[in-house]
Ligand binder design. Sequence first.
Ligand code: ADP
Ligand code: MG
Length: 230
Amino acid sequence: MPLLEMCKVTRQYTKGNQVVHALRGVDLAIDKGAFLSIVGPSGSGKSTLLNIIGCLDAPSSGEVIYNGQPLRAMSENGLADYRKNHIAFIFQSFNLIPVLTVRENVELPLVIERKWTRRQMQDKAMAVITAVELGDMADRLPKELSGGQEQRVAIARALVKQPLVVLADEPTANLDSKTAENVISIMQRLNREQQTTFVFSTHDRMMEQHANRVVTLRDGLIASDTRKES
Ligand code: ADP
Ligand code: MG
């Protein structure tokens, strides 16, 4: 059974008296442990697809199924649990809190849970900060970091609650190509070591090469789906 499944998912937006078809019937099954890249030109529906998987948006029709259970049929508590504990988002613009240090930014999702001691939060945060190779930067502020380092902090923050799935919407779009490679290879290592499923969008062809599956969207439909031997 796939971890996540989209069945005939459509999403229409109304803009004035115009209807925009962002997704036109997407069928996609994602296995646990996938390192999947969503590619396609601007406007092809990549962000809409990720937002729907992440429950930031709902389909106009069709189903998203998680572990065999349609999200539509989940209780409010079940959905909240899915959103808070099973998936995490990484954005193009990092979204770090400027007045908090690296460690405090990464601890934040745990602080909100209010079920960990100070020591537990520190230990969990430092483990993921070390995993993204920023162990010696834990006390720095975001403004003291490079863009690549900031994105690695965002990855650490996404991973601190050990989600099953990390969704990343063009995580490397604001980085130069060498830094982008480094960020993707860290995601790739975390995918291999921890079996965390990654679904990330990109329009950089370099990034596709790291994925073990590349799904191409065109005009809201899947135009190709290529798997690589791993
Ligand atoms: P991508 O991420 O591949 O650039 P998007 O998923 O952002 O594509 O957008 C797909 C289509 O849906 C585009 O035509 C876009 O203009 C439209 N769209 C996305 N979000 C909205 C919205 N909130 N309101 C109206 N149209 C939208
Ligand atoms: Mg987008």
